[in-house]
Design a protein around this ligand. Structure first.
Ligand SMILES: [Zn+2]
Length: 140
């Protein structure tokens, strides 16, 4: 009797264990990825540069240009990394990344990151949202 009870509980246990874990829908709020970086001599090296560019779906060259201009420092891509020719302290690198994302990635209307950049010619660009269809001119 006692054994049967134990078997039954064990069976239940197994059933629960084998239930697929509910998919977590974090979806609604986009979290800006963070750069992982370190300094070496007079340089700041962003290790996960390419991964972050992929995640926010922007051309690495656009990010390079932005960082170089915003931080007034030469920047270049080296494989998966971005190398900034200055030792940067604090979390300047990630706060600039947040600026970039809010300017060039997040839709102003629905706040989602599912956007792309459309060249309009004559140097004009638009941020086009794939979720809600909003369009916003990009400055700079
Ligand atoms: Zn939108």
């Amino acid at each position: 009797m006692a054994d049967e009870q134990k078997d039954y509980e064990q069976l239940l246990d197994n059933v629960y264990k084998n239930l697929p874990e509910k998919a977590k829908h974090s979806g609604e709020r986009f979290e800006t990825p963070k750069f992982e970086y370190f300094t070496e001599g007079n340089k700041t090296i962003v290790k996960n540069f390419k991964a972050v560019a992929d995640k926010i779906r922007r051309e690495p060259s656009m990010l390079i240009k932005f960082f170089s201009k915003e931080l007034a420092v030469p920047a270049e891509q080296q494989g998966e990394r971005m190398v900034l020719a200055r030792r940067l302290t604090g979390d300047m690198v990630n706060s600039k990344l947040e600026d970039f994302v809010s300017r060039y990635v997040i839709c102003k209307e629905c706040k989602r990151p599912d956007t792309n950049i459309q060249e309009m010619g004559h140097g004009f660009r638009q941020l086009v949202c794939e979720s809600c269809g909003a369009r916003a001119p990009i400055k700079g």
